[in-house]
Design a protein around this ligand. Sequence first.
Ligand code: NDP
Length: 435
Amino acid sequence: CKRNPNEPEFLQAVREVLESFEPVVAQRPDLVKAGIIDRIVEPERFIQFRVSWVDDEGNVQVNRGFRVQYNSAIGPYKGGLRFHPSVCASVIKFLGFEQCFKNSLTGLPMGGGKGGSDFDPKGKSDGEIMRFCQSFMTELYRHIGPDTDVPAGDIGVGAREIGYLYGQYKRLRNEFTGVLTGKSLSYGGSLIRPQATGYGLLYFTQQMLKSMKNDSLAGKTVVISGSGNVAIYACEKAQEMGAKVVAMYDSNGYIYDKDGIKLDVVKQIKEVERARIKEYAARVPGAEYHEGCKGIWTVKCDVALPCATQNEIDAEAAKALVANGVMAVCEGANMPSTPEAVEIFQKSGVIFGPAKAANAGGVAVSGLEMCQNSARYSWTAEEVDAKLKNIMENIFHNVFDASKEFGAEGNLVMGANIAGFMKIADAMKWQGVAY
Ligand code: NDP
């Protein structure tokens, strides 16, 4: 705590992981002796930089940029960039730390990293977004590369931003390489990457329901928070699997549609018009809009999929979900449930899929995008989707098996932390310590 003052999100993420390691400490004293646990919590490198740019009125604006290169034991650093006013060192470090374990769980050779800026893309013109991205990359380019560190998107960073960032990297380096993932198809993007986190979340949830409850998503009522990239494609796959999604939100408020969300209307509002979710209720008869986000967790559902941001489900929200009979909670966002909320779910017998495992589909397909770029080849949507499904089912089984092996069968939080850790720890041990 002394080494990381004023970093609550980071400390929360580390505490959760370290709490899972008790059985590892007992069974693998060699890893403790090699200092793996002390080393793994400390990022290899943390970069902070100034991003100055000029707005449409000609005023100079200054934001702060970050990149944490957390752990490269099993591959090049890999993890998204987040543009949101709440971005700070604590948020970037928590995300980078979690990313290491998630990437390890995919089975692909990717280390962990994360980055972003406190820049707020909301309400900015296209020109402002482009100038910001160019300025951001003018510093970041010297720290990244296709075999060093490969950023992707996250909150506030989609295909548009990745395009501007990529264009600037190419100009500066005079190289056409796979240095970013989440690119558009016309210049090296992978089919299914936009859908990957949401689809992957549903493949994981389906497997979790099947293995742990002998059940499925068909006929279930689902609540999904957020209405961004992850939420939209989680909704699409949930509907394909026969579930009814009844509520979604953005940072202003939530919509409730008892007949099931019309996803084409949400896509039009959020992806095309970049407008507010409130619009939905004005366009779909019978739909309701409620100001404020928190009320969404009082909507009765069988399955809850938080897909917006960290700590969106607190103890009060968890209690409301349990009181309404939720059977499964699976995290699409990173660390959306507070530790108190997770404890409530686990004590109430709600099956709980932690983010590290459940939302790994995005980075998994980013890994597949890197493979395709290296081979200068592209796979069909069916090929990528089949690989994604296979990866997510394997993640579930590996995580479940780890929970069993270490004496906590069905505790997927513990299983994900341990299964993700083991591969990195072994690699670090083999690679020795630098004095
Ligand atoms: P987007 O920017 O596309 O969407 C984010 C959504 O969450 C928006 O609806 C946004 O509302 C809402 N939101 C953001 N911050 C808050 C907040 N503080 N309070 C309430 N609502 C909020 O991001 P993504 O869908 O890409 O990411 C969502 C989550 O999934 C994040 O936790 C991210 O780290 C995680 N994730 C994303 C992956 C990806 O591939 N994109 C991969 C793995 C994890 P509004 O529009 O009003 O801001």
